[in-house]
Ligand binder design. Structure first.
Ligand SMILES: Nc1nc2c(ncn2[C@@H]2O[C@H](COP(=O)(O)OP(=O)(O)OP(=O)(O)O)[C@@H](O)[C@H]2O)c(=O)[nH]1
Length: 356
């Protein structure tokens, strides 16, 4: 659970945003009533009677009693009836957390199923929401597949600044620690700074970085790198690419040429095309997936910068809309700040549910 607390800590902004939002929704219409002596019903979970206003916040006015204690319910825990008003507020909250309209509607509809008219506490709502999010995310949580091909060719794509270089460094370090020999090709030959940065990460990971003179043809560098990786018997070749979306036609041509050249050496490659997405870009990440799916054969995602962003909800939208595997998440700038994607932990961290 150590990683969970780290993730929760780092996803603090997201979870506190959703946390506070959910608290506010339940707390909307009033303060918590003090617990009265144990005269009333132990735990009141019955649906509202028609005479009660549908969206009224209610508090348990009785002591929890044995059943309540067994269920861990607090006597003064605020509760609110799950009705249309509340669903609308939940939808708004989820949309504000970057889940997107379609996904937010689906999530809230699923939450309401069989529970409409029931009184729920914030904790129960959070748990419901976390379960619903985890259900969506379970389908996409898959580590990057490792094949028997030598070298396994991993093409890394994404817009500039999304975290490609950092992610390649982190992945290279993990694969190396797992006993694999890794080679990195600095395929963004147009920016000297990008190549230098990749070399820094290669040094950190203890992995060679193959470079070419500034402005030279990336495809030719990739050809040389793949030939060398083959000759050296390397397990993995990770290829960094340019991410200039401003000129999409050029980028498309550049990536297509890289893939053609790779296939001349190994017709089965590239074996993975990882799209690196910056979680802080929110809904824009959805557009990036659409664009990169058009110009490359995206096989999986890495989501970076999940630490300290209030926009973690976009992962749920991505999973719901595209169903592409999420191989890993970046939770910081250090070499070990790349974690496997765990749907339960993510859902708990995002919603503020305590797993410990
Ligand atoms: N907080 C945080 N920062 C990250 C993470 N991943 C990358 N970064 C930072 O994001 C910035 C951009 O990362 P790069 O790896 O250089 O991104 P890139 O896609 O290679 O960008 P170009 O080199 O411009 O193509 C750097 O300052 C990284 O330190 C992450 O998971 N969390």
């Amino acid at each position: 659970m150590a990683f969970f607390s780290k993730l929760k800590d780092r996803l603090f902004k997201s979870s506190s945003k959703l946390d506070q939002g959910l608290d506010a929704i339940v707390d909307e219409t009033g303060a918590v009533a003090a617990a009265s002596p144990a005269t009333g019903p132990a735990v009141q979970t019955a649906p509202e009677t028609p005479s009660q206003p549908a969206s009224q916040t209610t508090s348990q006015s009785a002591s929890p009693g044995v059943l309540g204690r067994l269920l861990g319910r607090q006597a003064d825990e605020p509760r609110r009836v799950l009705d249309d008003d509340m669903l609308e507020q939940l939808e708004e909250l989820l949309i504000a957390s970057d889940m997107g309209v379609d996904t937010a509607l689906r999530v809230t509809a699923n939450m309401a199923e069989g529970r409409f008219g029931k009184r729920l506490s914030t904790v129960e709502i959070k748990q419901l929401l976390a379960a619903e999010i985890a259900r969506i995310m379970e389908n996409v949580a898959k580590p990057m597949p490792i094949y028997s091909n030598r070298p396994q060719v991993v093409l890394v794509v994404g817009v500039n600044g999304s975290g490609k270089t950092t992610t390649i460094g982190k992945l290279a370090s993990q694969f190396k620690a797992a006993g694999k020999s890794v080679v990195i090709a600095a395929g963004d030959t147009f920016r000297a700074a990008a190549v230098e940065q990749l070399q820094v990460w290669g040094d950190r990971a203890g992995v060679p970085v193959l470079t070419a003179p500034e402005g030279s043809d990336p495809a030719s560098l990739v050809f040389d790198a793949l030939t060398k990786a083959q000759a050296d018997g390397a397990d993995l070749l990770m290829i960094d690419t340019a991410g200039r979306l401003q000129n999409r036609a050029d980028l498309m041509e550049e990536l297509a040429k890289i893939v053609r050249v790779i296939r001349k050496v190994d017709s089965t490659a590239p074996h993975n095309t990882l799209l690196v997405l910056d979680a802080t870009t929110g809904q824009n990440a959805l557009n990036q997936v659409e664009v990169f799916q058009k110009i490359s054969d995206v096989s999986g995602l890495v989501m970076t910068k999940l630490d300290g962003t209030a926009r973690g909800g976009v992962l749920v939208a991505l999973a719901d809309k595209f169903g592409l595997p999420i191989h890993a998440i970046g939770v910081g700038e250090q070499i070990d700040d790349l974690a496997p994607f765990d749907p339960q932990e993510f859902a708990a961290a995002l919603t503020g549910v305590d797993l410990s």
